[in-house]
Design a protein around this ligand. Sequence first.
Ligand code: A3P
Length: 298
Amino acid sequence: QTLERRVSPPVVKYGGFWVPEMVFRQILSTQKNFKAQGTDIILSTLPKSGTTWLKALTFSIANRHLFTIDQSPLLTSSPHTLVPFFEFNVYWEQENPDLSNVPSPRIFATHMPFELLPDSIRESDCRIICICRNPLDQFVSYCNFSPKENSEPVPIDKNFDMFCQGIHFYGPFWDHMLGYWNAHLENPRKVLFLRYEDLKEDITSQVKKIAEFIGFPFSLEEEEQGLIDQISGLCSFESLSNLAPNKTGSVNGIVKNSSFFRKGQVGDWTNYLTPAMAARIKKLMDNKFQGSGLMYNT
Ligand code: A3P
């Protein structure tokens, strides 16, 4: 089968989505070989939506019985090491690695859209947590992402039309979001739908929500001990971005850990997009999300 390809960004069209060419093989391996267990937790995001933050939070919540905050593995390892991506880590080199020894609950991450997930994820009792971000900030973060030592960020102007056409890593943005949004509406016990902006506004309630969703609710005693605040504090932008493992090293020898931390703010798009650009994305959003119940106030 001939695949539709683009050179800049280097993507191929697969199942209606523009997936990065560099992980196309890995996506196929994930689809073919990953066998979900009922206790698995899958973190699904579009790039630049808060993946790193969600990894740190979910890892800390699910494993909090194993260590105190001052012994957290986040102090010595990047969130991307603790919660590997299917396509950039688990299946990066091996087509069918043995995952049977990974301790439960296994937590994996992916940027794959809901429609492309392996069947066993959709069919098993495992949970999916999706975090989304308003498209204006996500787009600006995507353009400013500078993953390699000498890579230059892609100019906003050059990227803008492509973004609006849905041609960007794992795009179209709208279809990616709607896939998880509709899956959440269909089965809210299976798919948790979070928003980056809600985490910024009230992290405590969102941490509790994640804990309940994955079946590890905080006890009253834990709440009184301030555990939620401790986890939120450790995983905050200020804290995570200053931890040693996030200042050096890379996800798979390519993407620098430090490149996952830039500003961590809501509304940074106002510093980059013209009013006309913002209006075009908002109009697109209105059209695409019409009738879905999903909306973003930007
Ligand atoms: P900005 O470029 O707007 O600063 P991802 O992890 O999905 O690649 O997303 C990266 C974006 O999330 C970047 O956004 C980054 O700064 C922000 N980010 C990373 N860690 C964060 C945290 N702990 N809290 C809030 N934002 C965070």
